[in-house]
Design a binder for this molecule. Sequence first.
Ligand code: SF4
Ligand code: SF4
Length: 472
Amino acid sequence: MAVLASLKTFKGGHYFGLFEGTPRGVRLKAAPLPKRVLIPLRQGFSAEVAPTVKEGDRVKTGQVIGRTEPDPHKPSTPVHASISGRVVKIEKRPHPLGGEATTVIIESDGTDEWQLLERPANYEKLPPEELGKILYEAGVTCGGQAGFPTVYHSAPATPEKIRYLIINAVETEPFCEATDQLLYEEFEKFVQGIKILRAALGNVQVHIGLAYNKPRIYEELIERFEYYDWCTIHQLRPKYPQGDDAVLVRTLLGLLLPQRGYATDVGCVVQDVQQCVAAYEAVVEGKPFVERVVSVAGSAVKEPGNYRVRVGTPVGDLLEKNLRCNGRIVIGSVLRGSAVGDLEIPIVKETPAIIVLREAEPELLPVAGPGFDRDSFTGVYVSLPWVRYKRATTSLNGNPRPCVKCGYCVDVCPQNLVPALLGEYSANGLLSEAQALDLFACIECGLCAYVCPSKIPLLEQIREGKRKILSS
Ligand code: SF4
Ligand code: SF4
């Protein structure tokens, strides 16, 4: 095993302070079993699959409710029921990641009767195809930004194209604490999950990216992987967006992802802590991937917490009686996610957090607020020693104003872009000029919009520019 002594990082990025309502160090709790789940048949990277159940059918937890024959042009992974009960409706509904998807709605019978997968007698001896089959059948292969490759076409790449398995154990998103907590509480499953994922890829090299502020996990990883020459542990600075595939692969291996490409294009598969734990539970315990960890956080939340939540649970169930005031609900990420008004929007396998931000209060010094200390999102002006938490509200501190050419957006951009120009060109229809400045190299981390003192919605403008080019 190689351990790289020097801390690795990348140019740009941002360290967030601790925001009010962050469930740091809060132990994982099981969320109550939902009375009703809404499970979209489009998950992660996958194409939408066809329902295999009909209205009125009884289903068990873990039973397949949607799948499509493997197709190299439409990568997909089967979808499972996350509770036992009756299918009451199959209809098009809004998907939390955008657009609409066919959704299977199941009402619980309260028994949580499981249908487990067949468990191999000795998984360590299974060939890669067999392990891949279990991961595919368990729904684990839809995870990551480009899925996990198997011979069942669960990702755009095929397994023989993969040379490196990258483990993302560096969580840098504000409020998203649940996966860190999972790392501490399910360390053994995490370690075994890494070995399973590696074996399913034909014993490739493994690179683990771990935040340097986790010395206990670091020591334990060294102990567990000491005798394996296929594993390298990298200590990373926990700077946002270190966990993004493009940034992580570049930091660890020096490989550049092509624009509009995936990690698999350069022979890498990136999987996070949740994926590793799900791989272990599928292969060793026979459990399909029907539950994930989610942080419920934000300045409007009474008791921030980290929960094990069934996929398909409506957001409203997790917030019931847990709000101290009105707030804006954001799914997944305060920087990249979008606000939702519909409390029926479900948790999916890609939802690390539900964040509720207080509505903004009038500010005494509105002119001093924006952009102070490059943290224009927060209402805290000065970092006072007795103020432990910053407060994130929905405050936009007024309407967008003209660019003041401060260059903050350029300083933080992890992709070395000029966000001010990308935003301006996109907003004004100068799309070929935006493309000439590598518009599609933008990974949509949202940092430029976060630090902009003029509150220019740079991320929105850039996304719109990309959309226009792709649809033209
Ligand atoms: S231009 Fe894209 S990659 Fe750069 S900071 Fe803005 S959102 Fe992030
Ligand atoms: S867009 Fe915003 S952050 Fe970028 S230079 Fe202009 S004012 Fe500064």
